[in-house]
Structures are given as structure tokens and as C-alpha cells.
Design a protein around this ligand. Structure first.
Ligand SMILES: [Zn+2]
Length: 400
């Protein structure tokens, strides 16, 4: 299988849009819209009977877009809402349910290509390894998703299980970015577990959603909050999404990573975790927090008073949208230039965009089983992107 025409068009359109807005876009990097057509009867009855919020209470794509408008958010990274689907004991039924939820995300992105960045979701535990791998392939090659997530907490499996690492290998081999719920709400995602995942493909990005938050009790969450902050500084390929985490720790994360400079200052994006959090509340809070960070001389953090200009407009914009935009841009460029994409072009008899489809600098990445994966040259693609954007070849120079 190779990228379908739909996937190629989806990726190309998204890439063009993100390249045109990266210097001003505001992105919510963690949202979970659902299709009401997929709600179970029980969920439908509960929604009709109870207007109050309950954990994970689903919102439709249209509701999400309205909330984004209210909050001044241009785009959202969207994956399915695990609270809106029901698993059974039958892995095939679970595959069908999760497939349908991913299709709903793909269709939402098709309808709103300038608002929605679609991301996939797979689950090796509920689906079984083969079906979970099949879903990864559909997410990337059929629907053109740049990111595929697993949730070790809600789906209940250790983040560094062998089967999870094999799923990471598959996502990477397809050219996409693996993402994980990474929180202190369960014991399934310790910092060492995410480190194992990150070291599996050290030149490849991996996304840790919640940066150690995710809804633990405040005191219980403290050790992972601290460990996550340190982990990212030792693994430059980890990209963190700041959502569902104490605001005080989020502020410290932002100051720490801004002080650390590139690449770390480019490895964080802010988010709401809607519908688990409100977009308006979170982005209202982020904007207010950044206003105080901009006023470094008057800030309570001594690191800021010593570096009062640390949070200039460019720094704030990085965290509010550009960091994630650039991660998706790099990924989309890689997907369009992947061996799978080249295969599709040959099959369709299309001319190559240029003569450089060989990926001659692809890395050899050994896996536990001794098998080798050909992966596209990440650094090379970054260089291409920078040239395309009319700035220097150095990755750090890419950034405003
Ligand atoms: Zn989330």
C-alpha cells in the first residue's frame, strides 16, 4: 500500500496552508472531537438527559470549531475521544469502532482543511497487534494523518511494552510521528518509559501529550511533572504538548525550555485537551500568562528578572502555534517524499516534483528483533523545508 490520492491531496493542501500561516497561526495541540452519528444509544440518552459536564462528555467537530472561534484559536490538532467509543471483548469489533472514530476525524479535516490537523489513534491492546498495525497504515496512507497516538493510560498498557515499541516502529517507518498520552494519572507512562520510546528512534520526533500531567492529584503528580521537565532536556526529539497540567508547572516548563534555547524551545506547544478542558479557559489563561512572561522585569520568577526579554513576540508565537506547525510541516514534507509516496507517483504515471526522490541518506535503525527499517532522512527534509521557506538551512535558523 502507498499513499492514496486522497491522502496525498490532504497532505499537500495542509502543507501549503501551514507554510502560509506558520508565522501567525494559533493552534490548540490537543483536542478530541467526535461524530454524533457514532454515539451509542446509552451515550445519546445520557447527553439528552443531562446537560451537566461529565468526564469526556463528547463534543462534535462543529462544536469544537465554535469553541475555537470563541477562544481565538485558528487550528486544532484533532484525535478521537476515547470516552465516546465503547469497546467489547471482540478485537474485530474494537477495530471497527476505532476505525470509524478515525474516519470521523479524517472527514472533519476534509471539511475544514484550514482549521483541523487530523491525527490518528491506535490501540494494540484492544485491537490486537495486527489490527492495530493495520489501523496505523490506514491513518497514514489512506487518510494522510501526520501523527498517530496511543493512550497507555486510558487503554491500559505500559508505554514501553514490546508491542508498543513495534507499533512505534511502524508509525516511524511510514514517515509519521508517534504520540502518547504521557501523564501521572496512571502508572502506565513513567518518565523512563517515554525515554525508552524516545531512544528507540533518537533522530525522530515523538510527542508526549500532557508533559507528565493528564489529571493526577496535585501531590501525586509532582514527581512526574519534575521528571518530565528534565527528560525533555535530555531527549531533544521529545515534543511536549502542554495540556491538563497545573498552570504553575506549565509556566515553569515554558521558562525552562525557553532558557534552554533551541531545539528545546521549539519542543513545546500549548493545548486545551478539549472536551476534557475548555479551549476558551485554557487559551485565555495562556494569553494572560504570556503577557506576564513578556513583562520579565516584573515577573516573580528570578530567571525571568535576570532575562527580562526572554519572552519576545517570536517566543510566544512559537509556543502558541509555530512549534507545532513546523513539526507538522516537516512531517508532511517527509510523507510526500517517502518511498510510499514515490511509489504512488510511479504507479499513477505522474512526473516527480523534482529529481530527488531517492532518500539516499535514509537512516538504518535497528530494532529489537534485529530487523532494519528504512526511514526517510529527517534532517535532510528539514533542510529542504528551510530552503523552501526562504531562510537558512540550519534548523535553528528556521525559527522566528
Ligand atoms: Zn487529549
Amino acid at each position: 500500500m502507498a499513499l492514496t490520492g486522497l491522502a496525498r491531496d490532504t497532505i499537500a493542501r495542509r502543507l501549503q496552508h501551514l507554510q502560509s500561516v506558520r508565522d501567525r497561526v494559533v493552534i490548540d495541540a490537543d483536542t478530541h472531537p467526535s461524530s454524533p452519528a457514532l454515539y451509542s444509544d446509552a451515550l445519546r440518552r445520557r447527553l439528552a438527559a443531562d446537560p451537566n459536564y461529565f468526564h469526556g462528555r463528547p463534543i462534535s467537530g462543529e462544536e469544537l470549531l465554535r469553541d475555537m472561534d470563541h477562544a481565538g484559536v485558528d487550528m486544532a490538532l484533532c484525535w478521537q475521544n476515547p470516552a465516546a467509543i465503547t469497546y467489547t471483548d471482540d478485537p474485530r469489533e474494537n477495530f471497527a469502532a476505532l476505525r470509524a472514530a478515525n474516519v470521523a476525524i479524517a472527514e472533519l479535516a476534509q471539511r475544514n482543511p484550514t482549521r483541523v490537523i487530523p491525527a490518528g489513534w491506535t490501540d494494540p491492546k484492544a485491537l490486537g497487534e495486527d489490527e492495530a498495525a493495520q489501523l496505523v497504515q490506514l491513518c497514514v496512507e489512506e487518510w494522510g494523518f501526520p501523527i498517530v497516538k496511543m493512550n497507555p493510560a486510558q487503554n491500559r498498557f505500559p508505554i514501553d511494552s514490546p508491542v508498543v515499541l513495534r507499533m512505534v516502529d511502524r508509525i516511524v517507518a511510514l514517515g509519521a510521528v508517534p504520540a502518547f498520552h504521557f501523564g501521572a494519572d496512571t502508572a502506565f507512562t513513567p518518565a523512563e518509559g517515554l525515554r525508552t520510546v524516545a531512544l528507540r528512534h533518537p533522530e525522530w520526533p515523538v510527542i508526549g501529550v500532557h508533559m507528565g500531567g493528564g489529571g493526577p492529584a496535585y501531590v501525586e503528580g509532582e514527581p512526574l511533572y519534575q521528571a518530565a521537565r528534565a527528560l525533555g532536556l535530555s531527549c531533544p526529539n521529545i515534543f511536549f504538548v502542554l495540556s491538563a497540567k497545573r498552570d504553575t508547572h506549565m509556566e515553569s516548563d515554558l521558562i525552562t525550555y525557553r532558557l534552554a534555547g533551541p531545539p528545546f524551545a521549539h519542543n513545546i506547544a500549548v493545548a486545551s485537551d478539549a472536551p476534557y478542558g475548555r479551549i476558551s479557559w485554557n487559551f485565555g489563561g495562556f494569553r494572560a500568562m504570556f503577557a506576564t512572561l513578556r513583562d520579565g522585569a516584573a515577573h516573580g520568577d528570578p530567571r525571568l528578572r535576570a532575562n527580562p526579554g526572554l519572552f519576545d513576540n517570536a517566543a510566544v508565537h512559537d509556543f502558541m502555534g509555530r512549534n507545532l506547525a513546523d513539526l507538522v510541516i516537516r512531517t508532511d514534507l517527509r510523507l510526500l517524499r517517502s518511498p510510499a509516496a514515490a511509489e504512488h507517483e510511479v504507479a499513477a504515471g505522474e512526473a516527480h516534483a523534482d529529481g530527488d526522490q531517492g532518500e539516499g541518506d535514509g537512516e538504518q535503525d535497528s530494532t529489537e528483533g534485529g530487523e532494519h527499517l528504512e526511514v526517510a532522512g529527517f534532517a535532510k527534509v528539514v533542510e529542504q523545508h528551510c530552503h523552501g521557506a526562504g531562510v537558512g538551512a540550519d534548523q535553528e535558523d528556521c525559527r522566528g
